[in-house]
Design a protein around this ligand. Structure first.
Ligand code: ATP
Ligand code: MG
Length: 418
């Protein structure tokens, strides 16, 4: 049976009277071995002119007996070079010679011809699909809130400003305020969204443009309801990826990853402080955990057999104004994976007066946020939610050490192009 194959030539090899191409098939994105045997002069000469990197059309037939180890093979009867590279490729698509991460990012569109990079971005897409599938099944409605905002989500935090006609606007750091406002009518919402943060980060886990899976739910009893949802979501994502991306996980050497078991441990902030103190790391009560503290705790928890765990009951001083608190303890939690923060969430303050008081305590002027506080006047139920970092979750699933490996075109302190 004759077959037509479209794709890119990733490797060319000549062994005596046979030429082999490795072609990535444009439909399956899997490599196919193309075999050209000497005999037909025209075809042979065409095959000799094929370069690594060509976009190509091959017509041929699948032989009865397949020589290629991959098991996908076609014997060519016709070759059409659709587009030949003007220069040698900037990345070795045979996979023999590696390159710097920066080169892979600069030439992402070529790097993706290598199976390991395709695997990362296919899994990333799978994570998003799994999250949608789970949240839709749980009755959440997908929303889209503005990314150009007239007020910063957390007031003091660093925001990018932009000129908006006669006014100054901000790029949204998170959909926090808008998703909460929705709870006045839609008690289960989610948004898969970029976060823009203007800190001068220089770490392997921060970008200035990152993506999050942001969830908010109403009529909760406490932040525990939110944590239960989040741990179910994480488990669903892991099981979805393990089920549907076995081949990709294998390419990345991640075929051993396991679905974290329930319940994820819950450590209070106070417990974390005493665990760290035993290791000689002293954190002043009330301060946020820095990355050294996070990593030390991550190692200890991993040794105890827990890669994923919650940190609960943070001091209110370390958390934003919209988090509910009792005296100085907040109803906020973080979800960490071996010392890497994947998500932050909690129960929000839904009582109009208390919310305004809390804003003042955090040094904010409630007047600046009246578009938000107004929504709390008309039957706002108790609610809570979380922001789960999509890039960070992808890192832990694919086993990447640097967030830039899992983002097509990362935006960091120095990188704005491509
Ligand atoms: P961190 O303390 O790690 O800087 P954060 O507490 O400022 O993060 P949140 O506001 O809690 O971040 O955002 C929710 C989630 O979004 C985080 O847990 C993280 O997974 C992800 N996230 C936030 N900021 C960034 C960023 N700059 N780069 C990558 N991911 C981010
Ligand atoms: Mg956080």
């Amino acid at each position: 049976m004759e077959k037509t194959l479209h794709g890119w030539v990733n490797n060319v090899k000549r062994v005596g009277k046979i030429i082999f191409f490795e072609v990535i098939d444009n439909l399956s994105l899997k490599p196919v071995t193309v075999v050209i045997k000497k005999g037909n002069e025209d075809l042979w000469n065409k095959a000799l002119s094929v370069k690594i990197g060509c976009a190509i059309e091959i017509k041929g037939f699948v032989p009865k007996k397949i020589i290629s180890k991959r098991g996908r093979e076609i014997h060519a009867t016709n070759i059409v070079i659709l587009s030949s590279p003007l220069e040698p490729l900037p990345i070795d698509v045979t996979g023999k010679t590696g390159a710097m991460l920066d080169t892979y990012i600069d030439y992402r569109y070529i790097a993706l011809r290598l199976p390991k990079f395709r695997a990362i971005f296919k899994i990333r897409a799978g994570i998003v699909r799994a999250a949608r599938e789970f949240l839709e099944n749980e009755g959440f409605i997908e929303i889209h809130t503005p990314k150009i905002a007239g007020a910063g989500a957390e007031g003091g935090a660093t925001v990018f400003t932009l000129k908006y006609f006669e006014k100054t606007a901000f790029l949204s750091q998170s959909p926090q305020l808008y998703k909460q406002m929705m709870i006045a009518s839609l008690p289960r919402v989610y948004e898969i969204t970029p976060y823009f943060r203007a800190e001068k980060f220089n770490t392997p886990r921060h970008l200035n443009e990152s993506w999050g899976i942001d969830v908010e739910m109403g009529f909760i009893d406490s932040e525990e309801d939110v944590m239960i949802l989040l741990e179910k979501l994480i488990r669903h994502i892991f099981s979805y990826v393990i089920k549907n991306y076995r081949n990709e996980l294998e390419i990345l050497g991640r075929d051993k990853i396991k679905i974290p078991s329930l319940p994820f441990p819950r450590l209070t902030y106070d417990e974390v402080l005493s665990i760290l103190e035993e290791k000689g790391l002293k954190i002043k009560w009330g301060e946020d955990l820095d990355s050294e503290a996070e990593r030390t705790l991550g190692d200890i928890m991993a040794k105890r057999g827990h890669e994923v765990y919650f940190i609960t009951k943070y001091p209110w001083s370390a958390k934003p104004f919209y988090i509910m608190c009792e005296k100085d303890i907040s109803r906020a939690f973080d979800l960490d994976y071996i010392g890497l923060e994947l998500a932050s969430g909690g129960q929000r303050e839904h009582r109009y007066d208390v919310l305004k008081e809390n804003m003042i305590k955090k040094g904010l002027d409630p007047q600046d946020f009246s578009f938000y506080t107004e929504a709390f006047k008309f039957g706002m139920p108790p609610h809570g939610g979380f922001g789960l970092g999509l890039d960070r979750l992808t890192m832990v699933v694919v086993g990447a050490a640097n967030i830039r490996e899992v983002v097509l075109f990362p935006r960091d302190r120095t990188r704005l192009i491509p």
